[in-house]
Design a binder for this molecule. Structure first.
Ligand code: KG4
Length: 354
C-alpha cells in the first residue's frame, strides 16, 4: 500500500468568476474566487471584459489556491479545467492556462463540463465528520443564470437531462425582472432580499403550461413587464411603493414553477432524493420550499452551502478528481466549447438528450 496523495488543481473561468481550488484525495483544501466588478456598470456580463479580467486574475488566484492549500505545484497529480459551456473567450483563458501548466509540470489534464460539475458539487468534502451526500440515482435541479434543468444522476459520470427550459433560465427571469424594477445586476439576490418583507400573494402571474419536465420563463418575464407598464402609467411611483410585494410575488411564482416539475419528476420516477445546484439555489425561498417539499413527500433534499452554489473551482476540482480516478484525461488538442453539448470523448458519458 502506498500513501500517495492524489492532488487536483481545479480551474474555473466560464463566466465572470476566476476561481482555483485544490483537492487532496477528495477533500477540499482551498477554493479561491475572484469576482469581476467591472461588469456592474453594464447591467450584465460583457464577454470581452470578462476575458481580460480572467487574464489578470488567473495567476494570482492559482497562486493563492496553492498557498492556502499548502501545496507546491510539483505535488499536483493533475489539472482540471472548465472546458464548457460558457463564454468562449473566458473559457480560452482557463483552458490555455491549464494546458500550459499541465505541460510544464508533465502531468495529466482533465477537462470538466461545467454543468456536470455543478451537480457533483454535492460531493465536495471539507473533511467534516457529519457530511451527507446524495445516493444514486438522484434528481438534480440545476438552476443558474444560463440553465434550468432537471438532471437524472445515475452515477458520477452518467447523467441525463430529463427536462430543461425552452427559453429563459430561472436566473435570467430573476435578473430581467429585477432590471425592469431598476435593480442592479445580477438581480436575483436583490429580489431575494426585498422579498423578505413582501407579500408573495400581492400579484399573480400566469404559470406556463409546458409538457413533460421542461420549463419556460419568458412569458412570466413578459407579463411582469406588462404589469409594471400598466401600473406605472397610472402611478409613476408604483414600483418604489410596491417593490417588496413585487419581488415576493415574482420570486414565489418562479419557485412554484421550479418545484412543480421537479416534484412531478421525483414522484413519476419514484426517486426519493433531490439535490439543487447553480446560482439560483442560493435563493432563500427556493431552499425553504424544497425543504418543505422533502418533508411532505419523504424525499431527501440536498442543498449546497452558498459558497458552492455559484461558479467555483472546488466543483471543477471535485469532478476532475473523479475523472482522474477513471484515468479519463484530456489531450492537449481539445478546445473549449461555448454551448451545452455532447462530450466528444465517449468515456465521459454525460448524456444530453437534446
Ligand atoms: O450559477 P451562476 O452563479 O452563474 C451563471 O449561470 O452565470 O448563477 C447566477 C444566477 C444569476 O441569474 C443570479 O441572479 C442568480 O444566479 N442568483 C439568485 C440568487 N443568487 C444568485 N437568484 C435568486 N436568488 C438568489 N439569492
Amino acid at each position: 500500500m502506498t500513501d500517495k496523495k492524489t492532488i487536483i488543481l481545479g480551474i474555473e473561468s466560464s463566466c465572470d468568476d476566476t476561481s482555483a481550488a485544490v483537492i487532496c484525495n477528495g477533500v477540499l483544501l482551498s477554493n479561491i474566487i475572484a469576482g469581476q466588478s467591472v461588469h456592474a456598470a453594464y447591467g450584465g456580463v460583457v464577454p470581452e471584459l470578462a476575458s481580460r479580467a480572467h487574464q489578470q486574475n488567473i495567476i494570482p488566484v492559482v497562486h493563492e489556491a496553492l498557498k492556502t492549500a499548502g501545496v507546491d505545484k510539483s505535488e499536483l497529480s493533475a489539472i482540471a479545467f472548465t472546458r464548457g459551456p460558457g463564454l468562449l473567450g473566458s473559457l480560452m483563458v482557463g483552458t490555455s492556462f491549464a494546458k500550459g501548466l499541465a505541460q510544464a509540470l508533465d502531468i495529466p489534464l482533465v477537462d470538466v463540463n461545467h454543468l456536470q460539475a455543478h451537480v457533483l458539487a454535492h460531493f465536495i468534502s471539507e473533511g467534516k465528520p457529519d457530511e451527507k451526500i446524495p445516493e444514486f440515482p438522484f434528481l438534480c435541479l440545476l438552476v443558474s443564470g444560463g440553465n434550468s434543468q432537471i438532471i437524472l444522476v445515475k452515477s458520477y459520470n452518467d447523467m441525463k437531462i430529463i427536462g430543461q427550459t425552452i427559453d429563459d433560465a430561472a436566473g435570467e427571469a430573476f435578473d430581467k425582472c429585477a432590471k425592469v424594477m431598476g435593480l442592479p445586476y445580477p438581480g436575483g439576490p436583490h429580489i431575494d432580499r426585498l422579498a423578505q418583507t413582501g407579500n408573495p400573494k400581492a400579484f399573480t402571474f400566469n404559470k406556463p403550461q409546458i409538457p413533460e419536465y421542461n420549463y419556460s420563463f419568458s412569458g412570466l418575464k413578459t407579463s411582469f413587464l406588462y404589469l409594471l407598464r400598466d401600473k406605472v402609467a397610472e402611478n409613476p411611483d408604483f414600483i418604489q411603493e410596491n417593490i417588496n410585494d413585487l419581488s415576493a410575488s415574482i420570486q414565489s411564482t418562479v419557485v412554484d414553477i421550479l418545484l412543480a416539475k421537479v416534484k412531478k419528476a421525483a414522484l413519476d420516477l419514484k426517486i426519493r432524493q433531490i439535490a439543487v445546484a447553480g446560482g439560483v439555489s442560493a435563493n432563500s425561498e427556493l431552499r425553504k420550499a424544497l425543504t418543505e417539499l422533502g418533508k411532505k413527500h419523504h424525499i431527501n433534499v440536498f442543498i449546497p452551502p452558498i459558497s458552492y452554489t455559484t461558479d467555483n473551482a472546488a466543483m471543477i476540482a471535485m469532478t476532475g478528481y473523479f475523472k482522474y480516478l477513471d484515468k479519463n484525461f484530456c489531450p492537449l488538442t481539445e478546445v473549449p466549447y461555448s454551448r451545452i453539448t455532447v462530450e466528444t470523448r465517449p468515456a465521459t458519458s454525460l448524456h444530453i438528450n437534446q
